[in-house]
Write a protein that binds this ligand. Structure first.
Ligand SMILES: Nc1nc2c(ncn2[C@@H]2O[C@H](COP(=O)(O)OP(=O)(O)OP(=O)(O)O)[C@@H](O)[C@H]2O)c(=O)[nH]1
Ligand SMILES: [Mg+2]
Length: 413
């Protein structure tokens, strides 16, 4: 009989951050690291922040802090530390030797959460790829670190559980995963092309993790996507059709959330998923208006969109979770176009959102009033398929129609 489940080991961790120069968001970043640690199932028992001109290239923190950490580890009975930046292989090894505890970093933590939440084969391939790339250059440090508890953070994932893989095997596995990903990517492209051929616009729901993106999709379309008060609840994009008014439709795609210091390996591996926004016509940017870090989070979203080369889109900014705000917290000066206050949870403001979406969709369409000869009745089918047939009247001279059609279709009619 097993006395304890290896996955349920209690990890007691100390969070470590370095505030470089006059950087000012270290505290917030470390608070978020605590959320990530919680999501990954660890118990945060302490936090250490060091101010330094720059991160120590060999040991992340300086000598003095290292001594402090050693004492804290014993005093707090901690099993490991989590550093708020991605550690180089050298830093990881040195910390491991100096502190003689499990050494983790922000990237390992995020990869672990992704690994835990990946459910589709595409998600799993992407996570494993990102994990292997991260591990490949840190084999020694990770092996020493992760073998300590025999489980927990850093050991979750679709791939090989043991870290005994050698570099050559990892390389082979990486090429295999890349080939598999190529296929999945093509499949995703086909789906996208299919939607494009339908002439139905797509809106991508993007935003910081936990902003309420999935809740919004669920409230609007009954999509039944998992929404949770956890970071990165969603990894795989879900697309649903939303009927705006009779005949006007739009596709909505829920996407993986963004976070500050999103590991480079993840961006690379998740490119095909993250790129859903790149091929959308409209960006619905969901913001958690109840979060004190709202502005920083919005900036991270803009930066990430830029990195993914998502440009020239119509953006609708949605200040969500209004139901959580006190009257004095509500911003009253939101007059800019396409900025709305909503509650995805209560449904407040969503009628207005539907109106805005309808306006955007119809902006791209041209109003048409015309009598179509009976011999060209096929045109009606085209209008029904690609546009919005508002009225049809059968007269002597032909069919009198009032309709809206996408600009690029007009020539064909
Ligand atoms: N009070 C309130 N809570 C909300 C609202 N919208 C979402 N939430 C809550 O916020 C949490 C996160 O919601 P999700 O919809 O999972 O957020 P997400 O943006 O999809 O998050 P990830 O997929 O993890 O990136 C859940 O606990 C929701 O119930 C809202 O309008 N009001
Ligand atoms: Mg979600």
């Amino acid at each position: 009989m097993e006395l304890y489940d290896l996955n349920e080991i209690e990890e007691r961790v100390i969070l470590v951050g370095v505030q470089e120069g006059d950087g000012d968001d270290t505290v917030e970043s470390v608070e978020e690291l605590a959320e990530l640690a919680k999501t990954a199932g660890a118990l945060v028992v302490g936090t250490v922040i060091q101010k330094r001109e720059r991160i120590h290239p060999g040991t992340y923190v300086g000598k003095g802090k290292m001594e402090e950490l050693k004492m804290l580890l014993t005093a707090l009975d901690a099993t490991g530390i989590i550093c708020d930046d991605e550690l180089s292989p050298v830093q990881m090894n040195n910390l491991q030797q100096e502190l003689d505890c499990k050494v983790m970093d922000r990237t390992l933590l995020i990869l672990d959460i992704f690994a835990d939440h990946a459910s589709t084969s595409e998600g799993k391939i992407q996570v494993e790829l990102a994990q292997l790339r991260y591990r490949a250059v840190r084999l020694v440090g990770l092996r020493n670190s992760l073998s300590r508890l025999g489980g927990g953070i850093g050991t979750r994932g679709p791939g090989e559980k043991k870290l005994e893989m050698d570099r050559r095997l990892i390389k082979e596995r990486i090429s295999q995963l890349k080939r598999e990903l190529e296929q999945v990517k093509r499949h995703r492209e086909l789906l996208r092309e299919g939607r494009k051929r339908d002439r139905v616009m797509t809106a991508a729901i993007v935003g910081y993790t936990n902003a309420g993106k999935s809740t919004l999709l669920n409230t609007l379309t009954d999509a039944g996507v998992l929404s949770e008060d956890k970071l990165f609840a969603t990894l795989d994009p879900t697309t649903r059709m939303l009927e705006l008014s009779k005949g006007t439709k739009i596709y909505l795609t829920d996407t993986v959330g963004f976070i500050r210091k999103l590991p480079h390996h993840l961006i690379e591996a998740f490119k095909s998923t993250l790129e859903e926004a790149k091929y959308a016509d409209i960006i619905l940017h969901v913001v958690d208006a109840s979060n004190p870090q709202m502005e920083d989070q919005m900036r991270v979203v803009y930066d990430t969109l830029q990195e993914l080369e998502v440009t020239n889109k119509k953006i609708v900014t949605l200040f969500n979770k209004q139901d959580k705000l006190a009257e004095e917290q509500i911003l009253h000066d939101l007059n800019a176009n396409h900025v709305l206050r909503i509650s995805a949870k209560t449904g407040d403001g969503l009628d207005r959102l539907r109106e805005v979406l309808e306006k955007i969709v119809t902006e791209d369409q041209i109003y048409l009033e015309r009598v179509i000869p009976y011999k060209d009745a096929g045109i009606l089918q085209q209008i029904r398929k690609y546009g919005h047939l508002m009225e049809e009247e059968y007269t002597e001279g032909g069919i009198a129609v009032k309709a809206r059609v996408p600009k690029d279709i007009l020539g064909r009619l």
